[in-house]
Design a binder for this molecule. Structure first.
Ligand SMILES: *[C@@H]1O[C@H](CO)[C@@H](O)[C@H](O)[C@H]1NC(C)=O
Length: 161
C-alpha cells in the first residue's frame, strides 16, 4: 500500500530549491525509509500547470497544481500528503498510514493550529478522489475580498464551510 502513498511538494521557481534543501532532505529520507513516492514539482517549469492554473497568487496556484497533478496520476497515487517546501520531518516514528481513515470515508484531513483554532493551509492529507480534487480547484479559484483575508488560509475557511 505504501507505494501508492505520495508526498508532494510544490515549488514555484526552481531557483528557490536551495532555500528548502535542509527540510526537503529530511522528507526524502523519510519517504525512502517507508517506501512512499516523493514528488517535487516545479510549477513554473510544468507546462500543464501553466496552462491550467492561471492564479496569480502563488499560494492558490499550488493547490490548483496539486489538483492537476493528482488527476494526471490517479492510477498510481491513492493518497497524497501535501506539505509546504519548508516543512521537515521531526518525528520519523510516525507513518502516514496512521492518519488515513480506515473506513476510507474521509477524503481530506487538515490540521488545526492549536493557538488560534485556524485550519492550516500549509499541509494536508488527501485521498485521490474526484471530490478532493474538486475541493482543491474550488479553493484555488476563490476570489479574495479587497480587505484583510490571509490569502489561501482565509479562503480555506470559506471553502470548508
Ligand atoms: C541534501 O542531501 C544531498 C544528497 O544527500 C546533499 O548533497 C546535500 O548537501 C544536502 N543538503 C543539505 C542542505 O544538507
Amino acid at each position: 500500500m505504501n507505494s501508492k502513498i505520495a508526498i508532494v511538494i510544490i515549488i514555484i521557481k526552481e531557483e528557490d530549491y536551495a532555500d528548502y534543501e535542509i527540510a526537503i532532505n529530511t522528507t526524502k529520507c523519510y519517504a525512502k525509509h517507508f517506501g512512499y513516492q516523493m514528488h517535487l514539482i516545479y510549477a513554473e517549469k510544468t507546462v500543464e500547470i501553466q496552462e491550467n492554473c492561471k492564479q496569480n497568487d502563488i499560494y492558490f496556484k499550488r493547490h490548483c497544481a496539486l489538483a492537476w497533478f493528482l488527476e494526471e496520476n490517479k492510477n498510481t497515487i491513492d493518497y497524497a500528503l501535501y506539505i509546504d517546501a519548508d516543512m521537515g520531518v521531526i518525528n520519523p516514528c510516525h507513518t502516514i498510514q496512521e492518519y488515513i481513515d480506515v473506513d476510507e470515508k474521509i477524503e481530506i484531513i487538515f490540521y488545526e493550529r492549536y493557538y488560534n483554532h485556524e485550519i492550516a493551509a500549509g499541509s494536508y492529507l488527501l485521498k485521490n478522489t474526484q471530490t478532493s480534487r474538486s475541493f482543491l480547484l474550488y479553493w484555488s479559484n476563490y476570489k479574495l475580498p479587497e480587505s484583510f483575508h490571509g490569502t489561501d488560509n482565509g479562503a480555506l475557511h470559506v471553502s470548508v464551510l
